[in-house]
Structures are given as structure tokens and as C-alpha cells.
Design a binder for this molecule. Structure first.
Ligand code: GAL
Length: 346
């Protein structure tokens, strides 16, 4: 009886759209590389994502991958959002921007590639601005735009606004990070096409377009992808990867004290071994960086987000979230089979 009670106490069966979903009990641990369920018991579908903290709530935005599609069959369905107060239990906020299934001419026409969404809050316009890699239908990885969508609430819906070519060339840019500095200035840091130099451009005060020229980030290794940036004690730390498509490769770590100045390369900041996939640091545990989350209410606490891509079945892609540690002001990221937010930096 007790067993039944405890099972009933922790699991709530719900009839939802003809399907039985099991409401998850409160999760206490983050388990890198393992399937991560939302509070409805469904696998989280938010790949290549980023997290925004707004009024006490974290919002995780990522690529919504369509069930039954491989990357080659166009798996991108739009931006999926989840919300959480503890970074561990995530509530489904749904698809906040969808690709367009009706209008073939739309920039977001189904068949486009829509990747690595990141959302920034613009306090001047009281607007949430979403950015994503946008490769138009039929053009594929040659079109290299940054798509921009806006919303007046963090959980959307977002409305497609415009696109721009980042990087200062007519070939645009690839993987990117939007970094908002302490004074509110927003920067687009990205891999420039076609030469794969890593570049930086400042955005206008609406956060809609780059306002001037881009410049090369001196010292950043060429072909650096998947950039994720934080500022800590006056130093900018950038985690990223090499360029191997969906295949994992060694993580890269650069720092600078001046965003527009020269960066220093520090190699791969990862240590340890992913026991689930049997992959070590030479493959970044099987992951590729997507974002670094500053943890609010905890001193000096940051979480590195990585994706394990599954190009044949992208919806089954998994997530590796690991705490970042600092020693001598240099970051390191050690594998953990599981960990608790409550023990971070204790
Ligand atoms: C990766 C990139 C992903 C995706 C992939 C396609 O390097 O980080 O976002 O574009 O290439 O091969």
C-alpha cells in the first residue's frame, strides 16, 4: 500500500491529447547525457539552446526538432521554450516561434534551417529579441543569415521581424553568440563566412542590426564554432568548439579583458569521461557548446551547456550541463554523472 501511495504521490497520470503522459516527480539532479524530461514527463526538445533569466524565472530556448525527421530531411520546427525556477525542473512553454508550413516564400518556410536560438532582453524597448542561424529553404548552409524575432513576453509568442547578414561579408555568418555587456551594449560574435575567421560586431540600441563594421577577434583560433561567453571579474571567457559539423571535437577556451582586443587561447577546459557514451575530452564528452548560464543568487556559479547531436534522429539529441569551476581565474569543466544545483559552489 505504501509503495502504491508513494508511486501515486510522485506520479500523476494525465490524459493529454489522447496520450498518457506521466507528470514527473520533482527532479533533484541534473544528469548530463541522460534523457531529460520536462514537468509533463516528455523529453525536452530544445537543442542548441540558450537560457535567459527574467524576473526570477529561467527560460530555456532551443531548436524544436520534428519527430520522424533526420537533419537531412529538415528537422527544424522552430524555437521551443521551457521555464524553470531551479534549472532542473522545466515546464513546457511550447513552440514560441514556428517555421511556416503554408507560405513557401516566407523566410521561415518549412525546409529552412533554424538553429542555435538565443534570446536577449532589450530594456529600452521592453522587448525580448530572439536570434537564430537562418538558412533559407532551398539554399541550405550557403545563405548564412541571422534571423530576428521579437516578443513582449519571455514565453512568447515571438513574431518574425527580419534577417541580416552578420560578419560584414555578403556570405554572412555561422555559429554565434549574442553577448550583452554591463552597459547594455550588445555584440554579435560569430564565425564569418566563407573564411571562418571569428569576428565581432556591435548591435544598434534596438538590438536589431549590427551598427557598424565587424572586426576580427585577434587570437581566436580560426574555425572556432559554438561560442558561449560570460564576463567574470572583468575577464570575458569564451567556450566553443572546432568545426566538424555534427561531430564532437575538442572544446576550445579563449579569454580577453577587452572584447574588441586580442584573445588568448587556453586549449580544452574539459576533464574526465562521459561514462554513458564512453567519450572523453577529445570529443568534449560527445557534446558541442551552446551557452553558459550564470546562476542567479549564487556567487560565481556558472553552468556550461552542450548538445549531443543526433543528426539521424535529432529529436533524440541530448544535453550535457556541467558546472564550471574557476581556479586561478581559468575555467575548467569536469564530467559528473549527476549533480545538484543546491550543491554548486558550497
Ligand atoms: C555545427 C553547428 C551546428 C550545425 C552543424 C551542421 O558545427 O554548430 O549548429 O549547424 O554544424 O553540420
Amino acid at each position: 500500500m505504501n509503495l502504491i501511495k508513494s508511486i501515486l504521490g510522485s506520479l500523476l497520470l494525465m490524459l493529454f491529447g489522447g496520450q498518457f503522459l506521466i507528470a514527473q516527480q520533482n527532479q533533484t539532479e541534473i544528469k548530463p547525457a541522460q534523457q531529460w524530461l520536462d514537468t509533463n514527463g516528455k523529453g525536452i526538445n530544445a537543442h542548441g539552446g540558450g537560457v535567459l533569466f527574467y524576473e526570477g524565472v529561467y527560460y530555456w530556448y532551443g531548436e524544436h526538432k520534428l519527430d520522424g525527421k533526420s537533419e537531412a530531411q529538415f528537422a527544424d520546427g522552430g524555437i521551443h521554450c521551457y521555464s524553470s525556477k531551479d534549472l532542473t525542473n522545466w515546464k513546457n512553454e511550447g513552440l514560441v516561434l514556428s517555421v511556416d508550413y503554408k507560405d513557401e516564400k516566407s523566410d521561415l518556410a518549412y525546409g529552412c534551417i533554424l538553429e542555435r536560438p538565443k534570446v536577449v532582453y532589450n530594456s529600452k524597448n521592453k522587448q525580448f529579441v530572439a536570434y537564430f542561424k537562418l538558412y533559407l529553404k532551398g539554399v541550405g548552409y550557403d545563405s548564412n543569415y541571422v534571423g530576428v524575432a521579437v516578443a513582449d513576453k519571455p514565453n512568447g509568442p515571438f513574431t518574425y521581424h527580419h534577417k541580416f547578414r552578420g560578419g560584414g561579408t555578403n556570405k554572412g555568418s555561422g555559429d554565434f553568440s549574442m553577448f550583452k555587456d554591463d552597459n547594455g551594449s550588445l555584440y554579435h560574435l560569430a564565425v564569418r563566412k566563407p573564411d571562418k575567421a571569428f569576428v565581432i560586431g556591435k548591435m544598434d540600441t534596438d538590438y536589431y542590426f549590427p551598427e557598424g563594421d565587424y572586426q576580427v577577434c585577434k587570437g581566436v583560433k580560426v574555425h572556432s564554432e559554438a561560442p558561449a561567453i560570460i564576463k567574470r571579474k572583468g575577464v570575458y571567457h569564451m567556450l566553443g568548439s572546432g568545426s566538424k559539423g555534427w561531430n564532437p571535437n575538442p572544446a576550445r577556451y579563449h579569454t580577453t579583458t577587452n572584447l574588441l582586443g586580442t584573445w588568448t587561447y587556453h586549449g580544452n577546459p574539459c576533464n574526465g569521461y562521459n561514462n554513458i557514451d564512453k567519450l572523453g575530452v577529445e570529443k568534449t564528452f560527445g557534446g558541442q557548446a551552446s551557452y553558459i548560464i550564470p546562476v542567479h543568487g549564487k556567487e560565481d556559479a556558472y553552468i556550461a551547456m552542450f548538445d549531443i547531436w543526433k543528426p539521424k534522429k535529432p529529436i533524440t539529441g541530448r544535453y550535457i550541463w556541467l558546472p564550471i569551476e574557476f581556479s586561478d581565474d581559468k575555467m575548467s569543466i569536469s564530467w559528473r554523472d549527476s549533480w545538484k544545483l543546491s550543491t554548486l559552489n558550497d
